[in-house]
Design a protein around this ligand. Structure first.
Ligand SMILES: [Zn+2]
Length: 108
């Protein structure tokens, strides 16, 4: 899937803090594994930055697995669990779940 399409799909998502829809210009693609995309989104309304892992398939609403805010990221960083390499950490985080995406959703 193309990055431009991913951004359009993610732009239909609402900010978890203020409910404002994201703007495509404020969405950066960090990387992906098959249907799993790692994104950084910034809400222009409340200025919250998120690190998002989402399963995005064509013709479907994205299913967000994690959406950590920058504040939460800082907390993890202080606890020494998160390094500056956010993408790698996301991969490691998902590896801990044994790559079973459906299990992630059932944990909610
Ligand atoms: Zn917001």
């Amino acid at each position: 899937m193309e990055e431009g399409l991913i951004k359009r799909v993610m732009a239909s998502m609402e900010c978890g803090v203020c409910g404002q829809c994201y703007e495509p210009d404020n969405i950066s693609v960090l990387g992906y594994q098959e249907d799993l995309w790692f994104l950084k989104v910034f809400c222009s309304a409340c200025h919250t930055q998120y690190l998002v892992a989402a399963v995005i398939r064509e013709g479907r609403m994205p299913e967000v697995i994690t959406d950590l805010t920058e504040v939460e990221l800082d907390k993890f960083r202080n606890e020494g669990k998160l390094t500056a390499d956010e993408v790698l950490d996301m991969h490691n985080f998902l590896k801990d779940f044994g790559g079973d995406i459906s299990r992630l959703f059932s944990r909610k």
